[in-house]
Design a protein around this ligand. Structure first.
Ligand code: AVJ
Length: 333
């Protein structure tokens, strides 16, 4: 095969020649994770951070949840993006550095590539290994977009490596993952995003909205029991990481909407009195006692808009579906 010299040189300048770069920032060691688990289990009430829900199986179970008819957020958010992407980009601007927080399979950001035309794409997830395959295949599809995969836990603090560059930044945080934070933590996090974006920075974020209790509870306790499996899988993590002796069949999945706190709570409820033992500790649970595993806060449009402004974003726009189940906000400094 013959390559005209000019074409070969052009190819040499596309990002695809080098492919995506991957960076793993500081990662918690297993001793720290064990300590965190033991502390949570020993607390009153017992709790385990939702970050432990996402091992290889847990991530697959979450993907399955997004296919459930009862779990509306993924579908409704996608419809909002499909319908309003062009307007969003008219405000946010093309050719930015797109920073995707919790990117996973990069699917949601990829759908916006044609209209957003990012110069650089920075995919961030807790482990850089989750990003390798999806980013490599996205790079083949978009050879001229510079791509960086970053493994980082941004839930405690948002620190981005220098590879993110100085270009104008658009932070993308879809899926209502912001709901895992308490409103207080969310404010802190949004302020960090605002600071990381500088004067020209923008944030595109998906937020699940308050709605009647039965509908919310069905979305987190589906009849096929996929969400139950997702929650119960945490016990396998516990056993593996802590060398604990939890038995899946001793626990029931509980999802309830706490109206006072405006949040869905997931719990693992002991079906009988039992004691969990692990290397270095134990925890007795009475029959019906629960381990709190996740919060998923639901906002009103006004409430979330206020939070964005408190975090230092002075211009906000939002789009919702006709039933006002879900909202996408675009905020600029
Ligand atoms: C990934 C945190 C957005 O809160 O809806 C789905 C996680 N938990 N079903 C959510 C989840 C149970 C999800 N987030």
């Amino acid at each position: 095969m013959e390559f005209p010299l000019g074409q070969g040189m052009l190819v040499a300048h596309t990002a695809a020649m080098t492919g995506p770069r991957f960076i793993q920032l500081h990662r918690e060691d297993s001793a720290a994770l064990r300590e965190e688990l033991a502390q949570g289990l020993s607390a009153d009430p017992a709790s385990v951070s939702p970050k432990f829900l996402y091992d290889a199986l847990g991530s697959r179970l979450f993907d399955a949840i997004t296919e459930l008819p009862e779990y509306y957020p993924t579908r409704v958010e996608r419809a909002i993006f499909d319908r309003h992407a062009a307007t969003m980009v008219a405000i946010a601007g093309r050719g930015r550095t797109l920073i995707d927080l919790g990117a996973g399979n990069c699917e949601k950001a990829a759908r916006l590539f044609d209209v957003l035309a990012p110069l650089r794409y920075v995919a961030v997830d807790i482990s850089v290994d989750y990003l390798r395959e999806s980013l490599a295949s996205l790079q083949r599809q978009y050879p001229s977009v510079e791509m960086v995969g970053v493994g980082a836990d941004f839930s405690t603090s948002l620190t981005l490596p220098p590879e993110v560059g100085r270009g104008e930044r658009l932070v993308f945080y879809p899926g209502s993952s912001i709901g895992n934070f308490t409103p207080h933590e969310a404010l802190r996090f949004l302020s960090q995003v605002r600071a990381a974006g500088g004067g020209g920075g923008a944030l595109l974020i998906g937020v699940d909205l308050v709605k009647p209790k039965p509908m919310l509870e069905l979305a987190y306790d589906d009849p096929l029991k996929v969400t139950a499996a997702f929650n119960l899988n945490l016990l396998r993590r516990l056993n593996a990481l802590l060398d604990c002796d939890a038995r899946i069949e001793d626990f029931a999945h509980v999802a309830l909407f706490n109206e006072a706190e405006s949040r869905i709570e997931m719990h693992l409820q002991a079906r009988r009195a039992l004691t969990l033992h692990w290397a270095g500790g134990e925890r007795a649970l009475a029959a019906g006692e629960r381990i709190h595993t996740e919060n998923s806060y639901k906002y009103t449009i006004e409430g979330f808009d206020r939070l964005l402004r408190e975090a230092g974003f002075s211009r906000t726009t939002h789009w919702t579906d006709e039933r006002q189940w879900f909202a996408v906000f675009l905020a600029t400094a």
